[in-house]
Every structure is written in structure tokens, then in C-alpha cells.
Design a protein around this ligand. Sequence first.
Ligand code: C5P
Length: 213
Amino acid sequence: MPVRRRKHVLVTAGPTREHVDPVRYLTNESSGRMGFELAAAAARAGHRVTLIAGPVHLPTPRGVTRIDVVSARDMLRSTRRAFRGVDALFMCAAVADWRPLRKRAGKWRKENELQEVAKIELRRNPDILATLARRKGQRLVVGFALETGAGEARARAKLRRKNADFVVLNDERALGAMRTSIVLLGRDGSRQEFLGRTKRAVAEMLVRLVPQK
Ligand code: C5P
């Protein structure tokens, strides 16, 4: 059902890719499906939607403006620019925490045929959510936390540290799957569980967090 008020919703999705050299990179298992479902659900609800996507193999949902990015720093740049004009940010992307300290200009080669060990030095990537939510004003900011095991305390700490309004806690079984179980934690201490739902159903529920004022 279309919403009463059309808002501008920004969604990030997928992994980021952190290059070691022109042909090799570090990344993670994120499929981007949750973020794409969110963007699709927001568009179906009648919102204007911008989707910032890391490298994924998914078609752009109908009615969504998509911006493709590669690395965490690309994603920060595009998300920061888009965040200025939106009412809500859903930070679904699995941003790589680390990137190689330097990207080699040419292909990384073995030093010699006897070499058995090599090292990649890593540098911390910027935290996009924490950086943008610091000055979020009235905008709704929703983060995601993938935690293995009992991660609720960690997710709640993240919610506070990153200044989000909500954090969606899920676990590694959600990766690439059609169904997911989540706990929605609110800044006001609220807690709601949704078990074994389709990502589409979870997306529709999350879109209803967008303020209708
Ligand atoms: O700290 P952690 O990576 O578990 O936090 C997850 C949340 O923070 C997600 O919403 C993710 O999109 C966001 N994040 C980010 N920038 C990073 C790392 C995570 O925006 N460098």
C-alpha cells in the first residue's frame, strides 16, 4: 500500500571490495539481497529511493536509483553525498573493516619460487555509519549488525556507539539466504524479534520505520 507521505530513502547494500592489486581483492560473503529487498520495498511503498550498491549480481529494483561502488572509501563518498538530501538511511552494506595499506600498481608477484609466506598489511576503513550518523539531525538511521552467537549486547553497544536509531541484529545464516531471523533493537530500549521471515517481509516491516510526519 503506498505511503501517505513520500520520503527520500537511502539504502546501502552488498559487500565492498578492497583491492590488493589490479586483479585481487579482499571482500566478504554479503549477497546484497537484504538491501535490495529494502530498496524494492521502499519503492513499492511510494518512497523515492537511492540504492548504493557494492559489487553484487542483482538486478536494480523497479523505481530505484542505483549507484554502484567498489571500495569502502567509494561507498563513504557516495553515501555522504546522498545523505545530505534524504529522510532515512538504511546502512545494510557489509563494509570491509580493513583495506590493504597500499594497492600495488602491478600484479603482486612471488619474490622467488621458494617463498612460502607473504604478508598483506591492512589499514582500518572509515566507519560510514558512525561518520554520517554523528550529525544525523532528524534523519532516521538504521544500522545492521551481523553477530555470531549471542550478539545482542554487542549490537546494543553498536547502536549507541554509532548513534543509530535502530540496529537490526542477524547472524551468519542470513548470508545469501532468502529467509532471515532478526532482532530489531531501538535506541529507546525497544526490542522486537522476527523469526524465519522472508527478507521481503523483513524489508516491508523495516520500511514502516520511516517517519510519516
Ligand atoms: O561494526 P560492524 O561492522 O558490525 O557494524 C555494522 C554496521 O555498521 C552496518 O550497518 C554497516 O553497514 C556499518 N558499517 C559501516 N562502515 C564500516 C563498517 C560497518 O558503515 N566500516
